[in-house]
Design a protein around this ligand. Structure first.
Ligand code: MTE
Length: 584
């Protein structure tokens, strides 16, 4: 017997069969609109369906107003620091923001993982984030528009904007590995909030916590070479979301407050950074005291999580700083940092996940344990495959710090028809974190059974903290759909899992598996193929789309008959005559 509950329906077999069809029923049934599927709950004696959550807007204006004047509550407190609101020093301000955010609700994040990803640029808009900003008001109201203006000013016109606000964007494939050093306008951007505008002459960095002498440093002081030796280094920054789209294409994962941008292979960039070693700055504060072991970095942007407002905070261990592998940088490829990349000062943590390289850095606090701030303790965790929405604990994920070895094919592209003469020219990048570097890149044209090593001369030079770009003429005799795969071995002989599933995880982080693309191989060094292609050319008919049937015959019936005359009939002859068996 069917019973109805709010948002749920308990259904017997007959009632189940009687469920009305929707116009998009076929898509739902085939898993192409997974988000619309009701949950099938078989845990009770009678199975029941539970409908997915539906958004019903609500707003308690009186409760919001009771918080007070938002323009006065959430102000920019430092002159020359536009868009910077200090949250960490003011629990009462955080409380007020929490009340505003919980006295209304906001549209849920778009369900792009279970349904089609919108075919537009920006791919996702970030409606919920924009609404959070205007709900808090004050200087945050205009942040989405101002930050978008910065994107248009500072980034290349061909950037792929995966999320308009907070801005997440990567360069198109053809430009990612066009040069060993990524030009600033093409460097990927991963923001969790709006872009603060900080006047360098009004800038200072606070260093406190478990250091002997807490101090403030102006930018000029940090740049004074008589105090701090200058550091220049080629460093690759890789986001842990790089190549996430491959995980999404397999299974949907965490949505969370931060929309997990459907990153492709471009969320990685290599720049020449100039700055000072953080170790020297800590030394200038008399070193760590009282069990100080971790350095917490504060970014001036505002981040929203679980109805809370906060600054962007993460930490790295002192051991990393001590090795001179953490830089406070003010220059990127010979220019002052672009605003979008952290002007006037950012952290560059070599060989670690990009999330630790904090932009718009305003404070460093020495702690005795890793930061408890949400970005460090709740995000960028690497879970086991059994862990998901239903059982995820902060303690069950590995905190992602050093990046593992990875690589990607940037050309050709998946689903591409490649016409070649027996070898396919492939290009890509390879990277390993933690101070390890790519030693060998291998490419396979048969799905990962046999591998060709990229010539050392076709790899860009080795650097301890940077990627290597590569090219290869990959021998390929076969035709039709083939799978090209690349993998990298680093100098510690680490290599990549062979398929996405092997390393799929709920947070959709670190897609470290060998990169696979399917291409349609057309080998012109084969006579028949060469003739056929010429035929297409003479007739002026494009070979693509692949699935369009060709409108002329490739073979005449004369040739057909001639062939079977020469090679015997199409069907095998009986070896006996039916008449011999007394049959007519
Ligand atoms: N710093 C601040 N203050 N706010 C941020 O949102 N994003 C981090 C990191 N630093 C972030 C930040 C993440 S997740 C990455 S991958 C890198 O910045 C990206 O650096 P980029 O945008 O300069 O490429």
């Amino acid at each position: 017997m069917a019973t109805e509950a709010s948002g749920t329906a308990s259904l017997g077999r007959q009632a189940q069969a009687d469920l009305p069809n929707r116009p998009d029923e076929w898509k739902i049934e085939q898993g192409l609109l997974g988000a619309s599927l009701p949950i099938l709950d078989q845990s009770a004696p009678e199975p029941r369906y539970v409908k997915p959550m539906e958004y019903e807007p609500f707003k308690d204006q009186a409760a919001i107003d009771s918080v007070g004047d938002r323009a006065k509550l959430f102000t920019e407190e430092r002159e020359g620091w536009e868009g910077y609101i200090e949250w960490e020093n003011y629990p009462e301000k955080k409380e007020a923001a929490h009340k505003i955010l919980t006295s209304q609700n906001f549209p849920p994040p778009p369900e792009f993982q279970m349904g089609p990803i919108p075919g537009q640029n920006p791919v996702l808009e970030g409606v919920r984030w924009k609404q959070w900003h205007s709900a808090i008001g004050g200087p945050l109201t205009t942040m989405p528009d101002r930050s978008w203006e910065d994107v248009l000013k500072e980034k290349h016109k061909d950037m792929l904007h995966l999320l308009q606000f907070p801005y997440n964007g990567e360069a198109p494939k053809r430009l990612v590995t066009a040069a060993e050093i990524t030009p600033n306008p093409l460097h990927f951007v991963r923001n969790h909030g709006g872009i603060p505008h900080i006047d360098k002459d009004k800038y200072s960095l606070q260093l406190d916590g478990l250091v002997k002498e807490p101090k403030n440093f102006t930018l000029a002081e940090l740049q004074d070479e008589s105090k701090f030796p200058r550091m220049e280094k080629l460093v690759t920054i890789q986001c842990s979301g790089t190549r996430r789209i491959e995980q999404i294409n397999l299974y949907a994962g965490e949505g969370d407050e931060m929309i997990n941008a459907p990153w492709a292979e471009g969320a990685i960039g290599t720049a020449k950074w100039v700055g000072v070693s953080l170790k020297k700055v800590i030394k200038a504060c008399g070193g760590l005291v009282g069990g100080g072991k971790h350095l917490e970095f504060y970014g001036a942007d505002t981040y929203f999580k679980k109805n809370q407002c906060m600054n962007y905070l993460v930490s790295v261990p002192w051991s990393k700083v001590k090795a001179n592998e953490v830089m406070l940088a003010w220059e990127m490829n010979g220019e002052p940092l672009p605003k979008i990349h952290g002007y006037p000062l950012r952290v560059v943590v070599m060989g670690y996940i990009g999330a630790r390289s904090v932009k718009w850095l305003y404070r460093i606090k020495a702690l005795d344990m890793p930061s408890m701030a949400p970005v460090q303790s709740q995000e960028y965790l690497y879970f086991n495959q059994q862990t998901g929405k239903h059982n995820q604990l902060m303690t069950s994920g590995i905190q992602i710090q050093e990046m593992p070895v990875s690589s990607a094919i940037m050309s050709p592209w998946t689903k591409q028809i490649v016409i070649h003469n027996g070898s396919i020219h492939c290009k890509g990048w390879a990277y390993s974190g933690g101070g390890r570097w790519p030693e060998r890149v291998e490419v396979s044209a048969d799905g990962g059974f046999s591998w060709y090593a990229v010539d050392q001369g076709a790899l860009s030079p080795k650097k301890k903290f940077a990627w290597r770009t590569w090219e290869i003429d990959l021998p390929c005799d076969v035709e039709g759909w083939i799978e090209i795969v690349c993998r990298c071995w680093d100098n510690s002989l680490n290599t990549q899992p062979l398929n996405v599933r092997a390393a799929w995880n709920w947070g959709l982080h670190v897609t470290s598996s060998a990169h696979r693309i399917s291409i349609y191989s057309v080998n012109k060094s084969r006579d028949l193929t060469a003739k056929r292609l010429q035929d297409f050319e003479v007739r002026g008919v494009p070979f693509a789309p692949l699935t369009v049937p060709t409108e002329w015959a490739i073979q005449s019936f004369d040739d057909y008959n001639k062939y079977f005359k020469e090679h015997g009939p199409r069907d095998a002859e009986n070896e006996y005559d039916p008449k011999d068996l007394g049959e007519d």
